[in-house]
Design a binder for this molecule. Structure first.
Ligand code: ADP
Length: 332
């Protein structure tokens, strides 16, 4: 029986962080043995914010290296740069004819970007969900491991797939967002506002490249208060966020110990943050060191990305040929 197809990507817009790890990469690594996996560095998506051309290559190579450092095996998956697959922008163009301005304007991430960069509301930002749909549909993926923030984009990919199938005949399966846990996750930022991110909340995001002292400094600055005064009281969101982070990187007994101390009002947040910082350091240090070693070997990374592109184009070229034919672009 053929394996189910999985696609997911990470934008090369900065350093990867714990959100990318727990929302996306941890799942990639768990999926690589059981599924037919395509994972890519989303460098076209990064162009919406007009990065400096001289930074592009290092950013792409770093994202690839950090993925491998987290456990992704390029022998088992296709790991490639999005811009190496010309079939993706072709499918994007075809899907654009099935995407409507009104629905794209309503997407919350588009509205956020309009607020954040009012002087650069380019069409690429508006059609971001269409490019993401092309990324996923080009391999006919059924599972898309992503964080909570991408749920709606995957839903849009399903809509575009259905519209295509309805208009031109069955071609695409319906992709579903995926996480090994029961729910998609959102790793919160340390200041209690929003999520960890490559491009926002920099001081409240833990990056996989942060050195030990920087990790400690960021964790110790996380927002807390003087502690609960009533037994078993409800946690404010910024405190439950710290527990969530601890749950991700610490041992279960450690989390339980601090939870009981919270419930009987003996918790000292300073101690809890020190423990969390040490557990984060222990979690990140080996990933950081491996990623640095990989980045130093550019030839190896080039080889991996080129081989990944060959595997990805094999599948992409079949899909685009079928899409063209079904649309009627088969003249000769
Ligand atoms: P960013 O928002 O940091 O620029 P991307 O848009 O490149 O990250 O997303 C790459 C993957 O990481 C996506 O699957 C996204 O859902 C996931 N992701 C990003 N931030 C978080 C977060 N704070 N918590 C959980 N998943 C996240």
């Amino acid at each position: 029986m053929s394996k189910e197809i999985v696609v997911s990507g990470i934008r090369s817009t900065g350093y990867l962080h714990l959100g990318n790890y727990f929302g996306a990469m941890k799942n990639y690594v768990k999926m690589q043995d059981e599924y037919d996996c395509y994972f890519f560095v989303a460098d076209y998506h990064s162009l919406t914010t007009h990065p400096d051309p001289k930074d592009l290559k290092a950013n792409v190579f770093r994202v690839a290296a950090e993925n491998i450092a987290c456990g992704l095996d390029p022998e088992k998956v296709a790991l490639y740069a999005q811009s190496d697959i010309p079939e993706i922008p072709e499918l994007y163009l075809l899907l654009n004819m099935l995407a409507y301005k009104g629905e794209l304007e309503k997407v919350p991430t588009f509205k956020d970007k309009v607020r954040q960069q009012p002087d650069n509301v380019n069409a690429g930002l508006l059609t971001y969900p269409v490019l993401m749909a092309a990324d996923v549909l080009i391999h006919k993926a059924v599972k898309v491991p992503v964080g909570k923030d991408q749920e709606q984009h995957v839903e849009m990919a399903r809509n575009f797939a259905n519209r295509f199938n309805h208009r031109y005949g069955e071609l695409f399966p319906e992709p579903q967002p995926f996480n090994f846990g029961s729910e998609l996750i959102k790793v919160p930022s340390l200041d209690g506002t929003g999520k960890m991110s490559k491009s926002e909340n920099l001081n409240a995001t833990i990056y996989l490249a942060d050195d030990d002292d920087l990790i400690r400094k960021k964790v110790m600055k996380a927002k807390t208060d003087s502690g609960p005064t009533e037994h078993n009281s409800e946690m404010p969101e910024y405190i439950s966020n710290i527990f969530l982070l601890m749950h991700l990187v610490s041992r279960q007994e450690t989390v339980e110990t601090y939870r009981s101390m919270y419930n009987n009002c003996t918790i000292r947040y300073g101690d809890m943050k020190k423990q969390l910082a040490e557990d984060m350091v222990a979690f990140i240090a080996p990933i950081r060191d491996k990623a640095a070693a990989l980045q130093a070997d550019e030839d190896q990374l080039k080889k991996i990305l080129k081989e990944g592109a060959i595997k990805a184009r094999e599948s992409a070229s079949k899909t685009i040929a079928a899409a063209r034919k079904q649309i009627g672009i088969n003249y000769y």
